[in-house]
Design a protein around this ligand. Structure first.
Ligand SMILES: [Zn+2]
Length: 263
């Protein structure tokens, strides 16, 4: 069984990962423990050097999906309540149901590294490197399209997942990547997925129409992307650098420069 689980993980395709999760669901539903597989998932992540303490690790398209699955499964298989564990496994399977084959290109890892150099130059990498629990940031490149999102940030794993962008042909992968980093900063500053720092609300007062906190979290991520990409070779990849007023862009640059000094 251990071998079968490891092999499914290694195959790395959507099909094999779905089979792996389904197998664990069957076991959990019939009250058979999956907890001993925890070490297989951990070992897999260690072999790919994902478990090291160095921040900004990237896992490419070949292993991106299986690392994503291993990361979540590693948390789920130790849940003692079988009903709860089954529920979690089924939700992971549902998340994978959103994935599909896509001919679109995925963001290149070298481009992502260049984008991280820009954030470093801007002075915010200290805010990105670790979450408030000290977990180092990682990036997984998953070579499938996703029906509901084109990238995502998972704060508890401090993980950014990048898909092929099949949703929105106007959005460049570079802009999407920087938008996600905006969420990383937003969560780091507020410890809440949909919360926005008061200092930001103050800074952009009158700049946008009033909106819910949830929408404002998206505005924060977008404003971050503008502030960091403006004036760099990536500026043209961000559609908002054209639509935002010049004076607002200057104000946003000042604001996001100042937050890099936040403890
Ligand atoms: Zn967003």
């Amino acid at each position: 069984m251990d071998k079968q689980i490891y092999e499914l993980l290694m195959q790395g395709t959507l099909y094999s990962q779905r089979n792996l999760i389904s197998l664990l669901i069957d076991r959990s539903e019939s009250k058979q423990s999956n907890s001993s597989y925890h070490s297989i998932f951990q070992q897999f992540l260690i072999e790919l050097k994902v478990s090291v303490a160095t921040p900004f690790m990237m896992v490419g398209p070949k292993r991106g999906l299986s690392c994503y699955v291993a990361g979540f499964l590693s948390n789920y298989v130790t849940v003692r309540d079988y009903e709860k564990q089954t529920e979690l496994l089924k939700s992971l399977l549902q998340d994978l149901d959103e994935l599909h084959e896509s001919k679109r290109a995925i963001l290149k890892m070298t481009t992502a590294q260049n984008l991280l150099q820009i954030t470093e130059h801007f002075g915010v990498n200290r805010l990105l490197a670790r979450n408030t629990n000290g977990v180092p940031i990682r990036f997984y490149f998953v070579p499938y399209g996703n029906r509901s999102i084109n990238a995502a940030y998972f704060p508890h794993l401090h993980l950014v997942v990048i898909y092929k962008n099949d949703l929105d042909s106007n959005s460049n992968p570079e802009y999407i990547f920087m938008h996600e980093l905006g969420h990383v900063v937003q969560v780091r500053m507020t410890k809440g997925l949909t919360n926005v720092p008061n200092s930001f609300k103050e800074a952009v007062r009158g700049m946008f129409k009033p909106c819910s906190e949830e929408v404002l979290a998206e505005v924060f991520a977008d404003c971050f992307s503008v502030a960091v990409m403006k004036g760099t070779s990536f500026e043209e990849k961000n559609p908002l650098c054209v639509t935002f007023l010049q004076e607002h862009q200057t104000l946003l640059r000042d604001y996001f420069s100042s937050i890099s000094k936040v403890k």
